[in-house]
Ligand binder design. Structure first.
Ligand SMILES: NC(=O)c1ccc[n+]([C@@H]2O[C@H](COP(=O)([O-])OP(=O)(O)OC[C@H]3O[C@@H](n4cnc5c(N)ncnc54)[C@H](OP(=O)(O)O)[C@@H]3O)[C@@H](O)[C@H]2O)c1
Length: 310
């Protein structure tokens, strides 16, 4: 069969189109495009079916697992697909690794190195126990996230645009440095011993719960990331859709109760608002997927992220 590959403006991307066998899959088509263009490896390609000019409909995105023939609508001889270059891609593991590596390295620099001398501080720096525990807590958190990235999460999307590495690193690395600067500051005033213990104790409990939530999520898929989206069940997922975000937010609250800096609370508010937006979208998606129609289960009543508010 013949496949014409055009850009969104209608220009031919592959001169003369491609000849594929009738049993070819979309993955084969992507490989064939890669072979001809050299630059556009499969993860960079987004292939859709053409839509009428001016139409507000969302185009059908070709699924790499399906046969190309499935998209011909009965006319098995030719198919026209619209090609979009998604730009350079990186694996999700690479993206997460770099965004977490920054805070893991930057934070200890403020604790161990005499950086405050360069900010004009001349006196002898006396470290409070809370600053040492905060360092352990912080490093444990980001080390855990890196381990989860490589050994627990089962991502459904293979890659993410390279530009996200710069955006996400800017977010995590800047907040890491901002919080580290204030918590390790020679002029830092510690909270009471009881408040510190309550904060870290609560935070560690939430970090362990967050880890358990991630195990429950990974059990919803097979090791290669297939299995799509399922209804998360068990532990806090029985009451809240994004229990992993709930525990993430509360573990930062624990850190802030113990360390009490404006920088830490600003990060908490920003992180909570980002996760709330994502949680609303995830909750909507699960309700749509599990609508109780045509034999599909109905998504149970649950809070989105922060019971009893949302
Ligand atoms: N501090 C911050 O600013 C901040 C922000 C975001 C996240 N985080 C932390 O990083 C962790 C990971 O973040 P994330 O946004 O990647 O979490 P996520 O999307 O909720 O999920 C983690 C993993 O579980 C999978 N998953 C989620 N819901 C699923 C379902 N219903 N069925 C099957 N699999 C499902 C996801 O698959 P997909 O690959 O398909 O998505 C992903 O591989 C969070 O839990 C949180 O602890 C922190």
């Amino acid at each position: 069969m013949k496949v014409n590959v055009i850009s969104r403006s209608g220009r031919e991307v592959i001169k003369g189109g491609l000849e594929l066998s009738d049993s070819a899959t979309v993955a084969d088509l992507q490989e064939a495009i890669h072979k001809r263009t050299k630059r556009f490896y499969p993860a960079r390609q987004r292939l859709t079916l053409p839509i009428q000019p001016g139409s507000k409909e969302k185009p059908v995105v070709l699924n790499y697992k399906k046969s190309v023939n499935d998209y011909t609508g009965g006319n098995s001889d030719t198919l026209t697909v619209v090609f979009k270059d998604l730009g350079p891609q990186v694996s999700y593991r690479t993206l997460f690794f770099f965004e977490y590596l920054g805070p893991l390295i930057i934070y200890p620099l403020f604790y161990y190195l005499p950086v405050y001398k360069y900010f004009g501080y001349k006196g002898e720096r006396v470290l409070h126990p809370v600053q040492t525990y905060a360092l352990y807590y912080w490093c444990f958190h980001y080390f855990k996230r890196i381990l989860e990235t490589f050994f627990i999460h089962r991502f459904s999307h293979a890659t993410s645009p390279l530009s996200n590495v710069f955006r996400n690193c800017a977010y995590y690395w800047t907040f890491g440095a901002y919080i580290a600067y204030y918590v390790n500051n020679p002029l830092y005033t510690p909270v009471s011993d009881l408040q510190m213990k309550l904060g870290f104790g609560f935070g560690i409990l939430c970090q362990i719960s967050n880890f358990y939530c991630h195990i429950l999520l990974s059990n919803l898929r097979s090791a290669d990331g297939s299995g799509g989206y399922q209804i998360p069940r068990g532990f806090l997922f029985n009451i809240v859709t994004c229990a992993n975000y709930t525990t993430e937010i509360y573990q930062w609250l624990g850190f802030n109760i113990a360390t009490q800096t404006v920088a830490g609370y600003i990060f908490l508010v920003v992180a909570a608002s980002i996760m709330t937006n994502w949680a609303l979208a995830k909750h909507r998606r699960l309700k749509k997927l599990f609508d109780g129609k045509d034999g599909r289960p109905k998504y149970p009543r649950r809070w989105v992220i922060l019971p009893p508010l949302l």
